[in-house]
Design a protein around this ligand. Structure first.
Ligand code: ADP
Length: 307
């Protein structure tokens, strides 16, 4: 195999009760990447279409992730990466993670899969470290593994994939405003009270249990965040209104995607997810806020090979 074309999906991190530990993979929004073997060793990013991002491999997460993988294996050739960017950087749905995960996935395939998907996660995390300063896995893990992922621990890295209930759909709205991840982080308090910790533990336990037992009501009841959302909500236009109309339209619950500004809702069934989409859209149209909106089944595969 000399060349591979892949779909590198968008992802939602945190998912309310799973602050810094949960992520899920989307299906209808993502980048496309073409990765080719080259006779010249090393990594080259030859083309980026759709967004203005650095071609310099040390400044692009795809380049950094690819280089990290290649430090861990001897190869007689190099790789050329082409990125067709559909996920806007800074949207809060794992734009950089899609590139980091896509690069290591594609190179691994072209090498005959010397690494498992789990083993690729730390390489992709190095890419994430370039933009956030921290090698976090909450977007790259669901991009690589698909479905929901739970980061049980970083030291040692222990990431569990949890199958999504079949009828679970996400609606994601992206107001066209910019929130710096560092600003969103700074708003979150460094200490959390015992009461809030207990509530968060109850909800994450309930959420995971709801996923395994396909108990949609339990999933909905568990979608609360005591740690980040109360402070970050102020950054997102009409956040409380979005939450109210999502519930009215039948959503199980909703919250901030990653560190925002995107907002997600989870619903049972596509019809409800579309009703939530319409309700979300009406709020922003009435306030003249530009937005993009997506409805997506949870993607059980993660990155997909197009050819
Ligand atoms: P999101 O909020 O959607 O998760 P991130 O915060 O992960 O987006 O990434 C956005 C930042 O990463 C931007 O500063 C962007 O310039 C940088 N970046 C570097 N390489 C890439 C890439 N290949 N794709 C997207 N963003 C990248």
């Amino acid at each position: 195999m000399k060349e591979i074309k892949i779909f590198a999906p968008a992802t939602v991190a945190n998912i309310s009760c799973g602050f810094d530990v949960l992520g899920m993979c989307l299906d209808t929004i993502g980048d496309e990447m073409i990765i080719r073997k080259t006779s010249k060793k090393g990594v080259l990013i030859s083309k980026i279409v759709g967004q203005v991002l650095p071609l310099d491999i040390t400044k692009n997460v795809a380049g950094v992730a690819a280089l990290t993988l290649l430090k861990n294996i001897e190869t007689p050739f190099g790789f050329d990466i082409e990125i067709h960017k559909n996920i806007k950087p800074g949207s809060g749905i794992g734009s950089s993670a899609a590139s980091a995960a896509g690069a290591v996935f594609g190179i691994n395939k072209l090498l005959g899969e010397p690494f498992s998907l789990q083993e690729l996660i730390p390489f992709a995390m190095e890419g994430e470290k370039l933009v956030s300063g921290v090698a976090h896995a909450d977007n790259v893990a669901p991009a690589l593994l698909g479905d929901f992922t739970l980061i049980r621990s970083y030291k040692p890295l222990d990431i569990i994939k949890i199958t999504a209930p079949k009828e679970l759909y996400a609606t994601v709205i992206h107001p066209q405003i910019e929130i710096k991840t560092s600003d969103a982080r700074n708003l979150v308090k460094q200490t959390v009270s015992l009461n809030k910790t207990i509530a968060q533990m109850g909800n994450i336990g309930g959420f995971i249990s709801g996923l395994y037992t396909e108990n949609y009501d339990l999933i909905g009841r568990s979608l609360h965040d005591e740690i980040a959302e109360p402070y970050r909500a102020t950054l997102i236009p009409a956040f409380e209104n979005l939450k109210i109309v999502a519930k009215k339209a039948g959503a199980l619950g909703s919250g901030i995607s990653g560190s925002g500004p995107s907002v997600f809702a989870l619903s049972k069934g596509k019809e409800t997810a579309i009703a939530v989409k319409n309700a979300f859209a009406t709020i922003y149209k009435n306030k003249s806020i530009d937005f993009e909106i997506h409805v997506s089944k949870i993607n059980s595969e993660g990155i997909k090979i197009i050819r």
